[in-house]
Design a protein around this ligand. Sequence first.
Ligand code: UDX
Ligand code: UDX
Ligand code: ADP
Length: 470
Amino acid sequence: MKIKSICCIGAGYVGGPTMAVIAQKCPQVKVTVVDINEARINAWNDKDLSKLPVYEPGLDKVVEEARGRNLFFSTQVDQAIDEADMVFISVNTPTKTYGKGKGMAADLKYIELCARQIARVATTDKIVVEKSTLPVRTASAIKSILDNTNGKDVKFQILSNPEFLAEGTAVTDLLNPDRVLIGGDNDTTEGKEAIEALVSIYANWVPKEQILTTNVWSSELSKLTANAFLAQRVSSINSLSELCEKTEADVNEVAKAIGMDSRIGSKFLKASVGFGGSCFQKDILNLVYIAKTYGLTEVADYWEQVIIMNDHQKRRFAHNIISTLFNTVSGKKIAFLGWAFKKDTNDTRESAAIYVADELLSEQSQISVYDPKVETEQMYTDLDYLNTRSSEENRSGLSVTQDPYETCKDAHAIAILTEWDEFKTYDWQKIYDQMQKPAFLFDGRGLLDIPKLEEIGFVCYKIGSSNKNL
Ligand code: UDX
Ligand code: UDX
Ligand code: ADP
């Protein structure tokens, strides 16, 4: 089966960039990305490419090349579904905030709505591809919904094609993936044909040996566990950062020494204020929930510890600021450089900055934030979502500026929450001169040249070293 038309439901951080690259690399295939959020679709269609709703280095160029040629963004969901031979489901699957599995299980209501919509409008056979991260065995739920087409003669094949792109590097990750994973019903001819149809899309730019095909369940579980393993490495190194601070070891030296063992490898060993992002925590909670569902207590506890360590790391960073500032931050201005969960993205989901801000606001500090890409309203939405205090209180406790020097002016302390490259290029002498003294600096990302800052006069805290001067 040759795919001529693709529809992707969900124009977010995953759907948008993924479809833009597929359209760029497969000019013969019409790709339509649909979303119920009209403002988001309008932003994807904006002539001004700096207004795209997702900030990713290089994405504007890809969209510019393909948009209007074979890449379209639309709110006409039904029409796009019916026109397509292949439908990607790329909607959000947040952690449930209510009922059974609250705080752990994935909320599949958006996925289910999509499946029902596809079943309702389809008049021709379709391959339905799960792109969103989903708990294992979601495909069977989607299948039973799809098979219920009220007597229409329409057949569906379900594939799992998890996304491994990381935000901030989405375009390069999509162009040069370590692997593409496609899970399907490899026991039947129709299933094998569906798998081959998707393989042939990726084969336009990915070498065949990097395209793995598995059964659906292996594919679904691999996505959850790849993220769990990555997050586990960050929590492992973060746990050592606390030990290093108590001893004379330096976490960067330790990370380098262990990472050079080829069996361990050097990536994902950077100590930080804690991992964030839409996937790590959600996927681990999901894994824990699934393990518990099968009565596997030890397995669940093992993975849950990765989250416990991460929560501890975020809280520890905030408490360190409070204790260093003579045990009170009440009424003191604390400058935050960075709000995004990592550099080169405007995404803030589960960002460590939100939790650190929440702790400091509870101690009545005045926070001023600068982030080069995050919108002000997003920061308030993030804080309001925690429900710790009223929206008005969040707005009076936290202010946002578009100028880093303004953010740091008169501050008692600066906290680096995101590793944006531009922070390294600032005139740190000028920042120091305009701060309260002692001028404290807490580098939550191991980003800045600390000896140089200490020479200027800053009193610095860096994650994972003994910090003798504090
Ligand atoms: C280990 C370290 O590898 C070595 O660097 C250090 O100097 C001493 O400890 P060793 O104990 O000899 O070496 O063997 P290793 O190959 O690391 O295996 C340790 C155990 O883990 C073995 O029982 C092995 O069977 C098991 N293992 C290893 C697995 O079960 N799965 C694996 O993927 C790897
Ligand atoms: C992750 C996976 O990497 C990706 O494959 C999957 O598709 C989605 O989830 P993402 O969340 O975009 O991608 O970012 P990632 O680069 O993995 O970083 C996650 C968090 O871990 C960030 O907050 C980052 O700052 C932190 N991190 C990462 C560290 O603190 N130290 C590290 O060494 C690496
Ligand atoms: P991700 O990081 O998984 O891409 P996002 O939240 O960025 O998550 O994007 C998911 C998108 O899916 C949102 O823009 C949301 O409006 C859209 N969406 C959710 N449900 C539906 C639906 N039934 N039909 C169309 N779009 C949907």
